[in-house]
Design a binder for this molecule. Structure first.
Ligand code: SAM
Length: 153
């Protein structure tokens, strides 16, 4: 069992909301950027297929989801696949770089739902990301947990 760490793991209401989306929209493939201890990836892998990117190699994970070790900025260009839902939860100042790479390498398609965590708790650090998605996507901030930005083309 993975220990729930409220400081670093997705807030539990946010996790329930994402599970709801996965079920409601029959989401088959999820990409998470920032695995940490694997709590969210493990929970989501009970209902869908999860791939997660993590640069820190100190954790061991249960079976059930795929972890790609490495810096997201170098891993994203190698993914070669689109995803139905992408959860961005790594370095806050890099959110803008992640989404531009996800676009450039066509990991996002017109149906992909993109969810970014910490957009209220770390608003200053993600402001350029928020400006970008609000301009280029149908996007809104959901005030649950640490703040989720939900975006879709
Ligand atoms: C907030 S934690 C993720 C929590 C996880 N999403 C959950 O809810 O269980 C952030 C993680 O992102 C990782 N991280 C930060 N920047 C990264 C990057 N550029 N590439 C890959 N992983 C990164 C950190 O090592 C850390 O484990």
């Amino acid at each position: 069992m993975i220990h729930y760490d409220p400081k670093w793991n997705l807030d539990k209401n946010s996790l329930e909301f994402i599970k709801f989306l996965i079920k409601a929209f029959n989401i088959k493939k999820v990409l998470e950027i920032g695995t940490y201890n694997g709590y969210t990836a493990h929970e989501l892998s009970k209902i869908t297929k999860v791939t997660s990117i993590e640069r820190n190699q100190n954790n061991t994970y249960p079976e059930g989801f795929q972890v790609i070790y490495g810096d997201a900025l170098t891993v994203i260009p190698t993914l070669n696949s689109t995803f139905d839902l992408i959860l961005i939860d790594a370095t806050k100042k890099e959110y803008i770089e992640y989404i531009k790479l996800l676009e450039k390498y066509k990991i996002i398609n017109n149906n992909t739902i993109i969810i970014a965590d910490n957009v209220i708790s770390h608003k200053n650090k993600v402001q350029n990301y928020l400006d970008y998605v609000k301009e280029n996507y149908h996007s809104f901030t959901l005030d649950i947990g640490k703040g989720l930005e939900i975006s879709k083309k």
